[in-house]
Design a protein around this ligand. Structure first.
Ligand code: GCW
Length: 652
């Protein structure tokens, strides 16, 4: 199927057809060759300029510089002469940066004047694909997998273009398969799949990307025929050691394993009375001789809770399970922690584990697959949200403890659950590609603003049209807040249809086993997570715990996450909780309607197929946002009996 190149289309800036530039390429290895290829592609597209080989006097020099850290680069451009020096994949990043600057400045080749030095903010910048070997994608909203189909591995031009896109925004690691490792996926670490996996690995490596695999903790049983997967059992340990030797013999340079253990039915060390460190360290020891890393997820909680039980609080689970193990993990283990304590809701506080852990490597896991944020049918540019998370100060160290600094440093970083599939535009909604691009850019450089990232992306994707750029920028930058407004109110989350996680269902999860409750009754709603309630607040450093626990200082957007409040409680914004619910839901729905009108103004200004795809999604979003508004408002009017003070239509 034909597909777009997203932000790598290289629309023509001006024609310099027939011109050639000399290039001296001193960049090493397959990454050096990719850097040259990308430069050639970019220049041909943007200007029609060709490249020929040149010597020391060449117009463009690409060079590996061992003094720079991996992924760092130095870029000079003046009067048509350009030098890019980089450490490891840094040369390639420097070339992509050059092409990006030419497009953001929208200038001729000779006109760019630039001195730029960059080094990555984060060591690990990973995409996690939840792709299954059968070809479907768990929580995938952009078609089917382009890695797997019918238990076969797909390798082709799309793999190459994927690697190009990922590298162009700074991604340096990719986990190919779903963390729920079932059926044939268990056998990814066997002869059945090594040959095609190696081909994918080589394609990724040429773009500075390490491949990782999700593995099943019980593989010694299902794959090895042992009677146990107990991490302290000698036969299990030697099975994994031998398996690791075999894997790295076939896939040299593999980054390591991603593991979801003791979570939502996946096996893990708890089944054997062992803790999470016992499990992670056993695998880490097996793969350490090969330079492998274990990325161990902290999404461990009881998913068989009784809704009648008001003491157990799912939000506490990550911290309660992992905090006592701080300092017990091997160096080649990194814990991967979801941004919030629950599960990728439109708003949550930052997980207290980021601040709590002092002697353990950490990765911040976010989700660009919009599972709870509109499933790539609603527009929801998530970079402002991720930026807020990175800037949150957990008040756990003297001299600043923002999340961005807590995850910086060796063997740490960021991971995103990917939002790609085999749709012609890769991400379902054309505007969802801004999340893919934006995640990479932000993880590479956490100092970038969401607006700067959106502008870069728009300019590279749609060329230079001020009207298109300003309109889509406005939509992107307000989209997360708009989505939040018509969703569950004030940080409480979860008012979605169970299973699909799409569309409003206020009580969908209220009497279920998932530990996700809003506790609404006729007087009020919210969960008391202060010391009087579940005590979750106490997992933060004392200064921050005090801020959340006090209604005077608790950030309003999270107030129902931390407190149970009466509908009549007066918020600092000057309206009651119930009036806030009504107001924001009406606002959210009319903002979604306004997005549709704005997009309709772009008819004829965007390529026709893009416009058609986008328009259909905005029509749906406007209608669906209205549905959200009406369901939520009607539910709370019926329950509380309190009228909207503006008298708008609510279906009592
Ligand atoms: O939010 C839940 C999703 C599951 C997912 C799980 C996880 C891969 O609904 O589909 O499983 O999170 O993060 O492991």
């Amino acid at each position: 199927m034909e597909y777009t190149k997203c932000w790598l289309e290289y629309p023509r800036i001006r024609s310099e057809e027939g011109r050639t530039l000399t290039l001296q390429n001193l960049a090493e290895g397959s990454v050096g060759q990719s850097a040259e290829k990308e430069l050639a592609l970019g220049l041909r597209g943007l200007y029609g300029i060709g490249l020929t080989e040149g010597g020391p006097e060449a117009a463009v020099t690409l060079k590996t510089d061992g003094a720079l850290p991996d992924g760092g680069y130095v870029l000079h451009a003046a009067k048509g002469s350009v030098t890019v020096r980089g450490g490891g994949a840094g040369v390639l990043y420097g070339v992509f940066a050059l092409l990006r600057h030419l497009q953001t400045a929208w200038c001729g080749w000779d006109e760019l004047t630039l001195e730029e030095e960059k080094r990555p903010s984060n060591d690990l910048r990973l995409l996690n694909h939840w792709d299954n070997l059968e070809g479907d994608i768990e929580r995938g909203y952009s078609g089917r997998s382009f890695f797997f189909r019918d238990n076969q591995i797909l390798v082709g031009q799309r793999t190459v273009d994927y690697a190009r896109m990922a590298a162009s925004c700074g991604v340096n690691g990719v986990v190919l398969n779903n963390v729920n490792v079932r059926a044939a996926a268990v056998e990814l670490i066997s002869d059945r799949y090594y040959a095609p996996l190696r081909r994918i690995q080589e394609i990724l490596a040429a773009y500075g990307i390490r491949m990782y695999l999700s593995v099943n903790f019980a593989a010694p049983i299902s794959l090895g025929g042992l009677g146990t997967a107990d991490p302290l059992d000698g036969s299990v340990q030697s099975w994994w050691r031998e398996k690791a030797d075999e894997i790295w013999r076939n896939l040299p340079g593999l980054g390591g394993f991603l593991v979801k253990a003791d979570s939502e039915g996946q096996p893990g060390p708890h089944s054997y009375g062992r803790d999470q460190a016992d499990g992670a360290n056993m695998l880490a020891d097996a793969i350490a001789p090969h330079g492998g890393r274990v990325i161990w997820r902290c999404f461990v909680y009881n998913c068989q809770q009784d809704w009648r039980d008001r003491v157990t609080d799912r939000a506490r689970a990550g911290f309660d399970n992992f905090m006592p193990l701080d300092g017990k993990f091997r160096d080649n283990v990194t814990l991967q922690i979801k941004n919030g304590p629950m599960d990728f809701q439109v708003r949550e506080p930052v997980s207290p584990l980021f601040g709590g852990l002092k002697h353990t490597n950490r990765i911040l896991e976010v989700q660009i697959a919009q599972e709870y944020t509109g499933q790539q049918r609603h527009v929801c540019y998530l970079i402002p949200w991720f930026k807020e998370i990175l800037e949150t100060d957990l008040m756990c160290r003297e001299g600043g403890s923002r999340v961005s600094s807590l995850i910086a440093g060796p063997n740490q970083g960021m991971a995103a659950v990917a939002n790609t599939g085999d749709d012609p535009n890769w991400t379902g909604h054309d505007l969802a590609a801004a999340n893919l691009y934006g995640f990479g850019r932000l993880s590479y450089d956490t100092s970038l603003t969401p607006e700067a990232i959106a502008r870069e992306w728009l300019r590279q994707t749609y060329g230079r049209s001020p009207e298109v750029e300003e309109t889509l920028l406005k939509i992107l930058l307000s989209s997360w807040h708009t989505y939040e407004k018509y969703n569950a109110p004030l940080g409480i989350g979860w008012m979605v249809v169970p299973e699909t996680h799409y569309g409003p269902s206020v009580d969908g999860y209220e009497y279920s086993r998932w530990g996700t409750y809003h506790r609404a009754d006729r007087n009020g709603l919210g969960v008391d997570r202060t010391a009087r309630g579940t005590g979750y607040c106490g997992q933060y450093a004392p200064a921050l715990a005090a801020i959340y626990a006090d209604l005077e200082t608790c950030p309003e957007e999270l107030v129902l996450f931390f407190h149970h409040l009466p509908y009549t409680y007066m918020l600092k914004s000057g309206v009651t909780v119930i009036q806030h619910i009504y107001d924001t839901h009406f606002e959210g729905a009319s903002e979604a309607e306004a997005f549709l009108r704005m997009v309709e103004g772009l008819e004829g200004k965007l390529p026709e197929d893009v416009y058609r795809r986008m328009h259909a999604r905005f029509v749906h979003q406007a209608r669906h946002a209205r549905e959200w508004c009406d369901v939520i408002n009607s539910y709370f009017l019926r329950l509380s009996g309190i009228q909207d003070d503006k008298g708008r239509p609510i279906y009592a």
